[in-house]
Write a protein that binds this ligand. Sequence first.
Ligand SMILES: Nc1ncnc2c1ncn2[C@@H]1O[C@H](COP(=O)(O)OP(=O)(O)OP(=O)(O)O)[C@@H](O)[C@H]1O
Length: 363
Amino acid sequence: MSVTPEKKAPGVRVSGLSVVYRTQAGELPAISGIDLDLVPGTITGVVGESGSGKSTLALSLLNAVQPPGRISAGSVEIDGLGDVVKLRGEELRKARGRHIGYVFQAAQNSLNPLKTVGKQLLDLGRSHDVADLRGLVREAKDLLGRMGMDGARVLDSHQHELSGGMRQRVGIMLALVLNAHLVVLDEPTTALDMITQATILRIVREVHEERGLTTLVITHDLGVVAEVADRLAVMYGGQVVEQGPTMEVLSAPRHPYTQGLLQAIPRLVGDIDEARALPGRPPTLGTIPVRGCVFRDRCVLRMDVCETEKPPVVSFGTSIALCHAVEAAGRDGRAGSPRAGEIQEVVGAQGATGVHEVRGEQS
Ligand SMILES: Nc1ncnc2c1ncn2[C@@H]1O[C@H](COP(=O)(O)OP(=O)(O)OP(=O)(O)O)[C@@H](O)[C@H]1O
């Protein structure tokens, strides 16, 4: 592909970010005080059970949280754009698409049913003042071709003529086609079969490298992050409880929640019973503890202090974990005893097969 990166991959600094949703019980926090840096040129994976706040975080990066939700505190500083939480109106519209490409979770259903994909592509180009619309179409065909589709045919199609997986890939094309340098992909491979999923992840990685992007991938599938992400953030109850280089976090998880997630992965070899589902369920809006640690109700290492005090940020090089038990175990210690050595092998061997989703016990 003949794309010359015009801009450098931006760094992103999320600081103290909180989002609340209005409910009958008043405004309740979905994410609280998140600090997360996206390192320029890297792919960061955000993983966590359903309801942990992953999509809310993704929307906040675009300042696209809709009522009944609102960003109640914090900032999202993006190099070249400033704090997107402060952007409004036309400035914000231009930033989305041009600077920040995105695929929302329901991408399969986000196309306009009345217009062909090609027409929607041209609308997108015009709304962002793209002078070379032929070049835009060429670029779109190229991206679709690389994702295993007949670009010309897809551009001539309406939404109903495309399968869910094809629409998902069209969504990814639309996120990349304007040459944005920050790309946010929320569950980019959910609707796809395993082979297509692997292809899409390969393309996400290739395009990321070719264009010099900063990419955020939201997923509930640890296989996806193991396959594609340089860095990993683990979310629970609206907080990032652990973050660091992907392989470091997966092979030596420090937070008891991350350990629990990894222990829930079925093994390729040996006894399947060794995969232990995390007991209990994650909190929902309104049941997230406001004091102490959000994970304590399901934590095997719970201590009295977890009831009352916010967990400290314990750092290990470029990784951090927010946990009283990790702090108590000492910086070199691991809280608990995960199958650390095996994890890398298992996740690496399974690759993006989608068989190791983040699961809790259904009680
Ligand atoms: N529009 C809304 N109104 C009220 N509550 C909401 C709304 N959107 C999300 N929430 C709540 O906010 C919390 C975080 O939701 P979010 O969708 O960000 O989580 P998630 O980790 O992306 O989950 P999933 O993997 O299921 O998409 C959940 O408790 C959810 O029920």
